[in-house]
Design a protein around this ligand. Structure first.
Ligand code: SF4
Ligand code: SF4
Length: 324
């Protein structure tokens, strides 16, 4: 009997040594493909586009620090394969370390296409950006144009000159997007008097929604869209009507979710929260989003020291847009 036990122990130890010598790593978790993920690198914006779906026309502040962004991305990058990652805000060029966000996203999502969505007015503060985009090889700029007035066009001229230089010298890909042309009202009013639409047809609201595939990575969690993600910023700043309470109760997806909850989150189309948005495309006259002179004079954002600046007159024209 004792001999049998010894033999069994020997065989077991042999098996254990052989299997550890040829240990096969556990299979990698299958990544769930996600069309698009967006990150506010700052909540601040230098423009005030009426009915901005990110509420960035309401003077919010706050730059995201890289360490925090790294933690947020780490929580999802082994579960999700992002196809397009958008760095925006607010106006992302207000963040002094914008280029480092490109590098950070690339560490987490090696195959994602990275896009910076900008109104362009502070691109000149980021002379390292074109070389960062070039070395990445799968990243570009989307220059969003927010008004068709002569004043706006005049202020835009030096920006177009700058991106033309980046295109020529660094091969930067720049997509110019006349965003004012498709502008619709996202909510009624402004600030404390802001109200949801509540047309009572959430399916129709979702079907025409321009933000329906714009998942937000915010506070380490996944949010269905910008209006739901940043509504709490509005609540913290304004005494909002109680009509917003049901939408403020929206629960984002936490990183502790199961795989089936993750699948459910991305499969969900309209939901009751979509009632806050209009069920019809409500176009409206878009006032110029350029800051008024008083706003420019009371600017409080510190200017990042520049290594290369455009011509002094151009830089002056850009700076006069007054970051908030
Ligand atoms: S530039 Fe963009 S983020 Fe800023 S207010 Fe206009 S739409 Fe909103
Ligand atoms: S709540 Fe629904 S309809 Fe409104 S922006 Fe978000 S996804 Fe679109």
């Amino acid at each position: 009997m004792a001999q049998l036990s010894l033999k069994r122990a020997f065989l077991m130890s042999l098996f254990s040594r052989v299997s550890s010598a040829f240990r096969i790593p556990p299979p990698k978790r299958k990544l769930r493909p996600v069309e698009r993920m967006e990150l506010h690198v700052t909540h601040a914006c230098n423009l005030t586009c009426e009915s901005c779906s990110h509420y960035s026309n309401h003077g919010h502040r706050g730059n995201l620090d890289l360490e925090r962004a790294d933690r947020w991305m780490k929580a999802w990058s082994d579960r999700i394969a992002v196809e397009e990652f958008y760095l925006l805000g607010g106006e992302p060029t207000i963040h002094p370390h914008l280029s480092e966000f490109v590098i950070l996203v690339r560490q987490h999502w090696p195959a994602a296409h990275i896009r910076i969505v900008t109104n362009g007015f502070f691109l000149y503060r980021h002379p390292d950006l074109p070389s960062t985009l070039a070395s990445d090889g799968n990243a570009d700029l989307a220059l969003s144009i927010h008004h068709d007035g002569a004043d706006y066009a005049e202020r835009l001229r030096p920006i177009l000159d700058l991106v033309a230089i980046w295109q020529r010298d660094h091969g930067t890909t720049v997509h110019t997007w006349q965003s004012h042309q498709g502008w619709t009202r996202r909510y009624i009013g402004f600030g404390a008097t802001m109200l949801p639409f509540e047309d009572g047809r959430p399916r129709q609201s979702w079907e025409i929604c321009p933000a329906k595939h714009c998942t937000q990575l915010y506070d380490g969690k996944l949010w269905k869209c910008p209006p739901l993600a940043y509504l709490r910023l509005q609540k913290a700043k304004y005494d909002l009507s109680e009509k917003w309470d049901p939408y403020l109760r929206y629960r984002p997806l936490d990183q502790a979710c199961t795989d089936s909850e993750l699948d459910k989150f991305f499969a969900l189309e309209d939901e009751p929260a979509c009632s806050m948005c209009s069920a019809e495309r409500r176009r409206h006259p878009l006032p110029s989003p350029l800051p008024r002179p008083a706003q420019a004079r009371t600017s409080t954002i510190s200017r990042t020291p520049l290594i290369i600046r455009p011509e002094a007159s151009t830089a002056g024209a850009l700076d006069s847009l007054g970051a908030k």
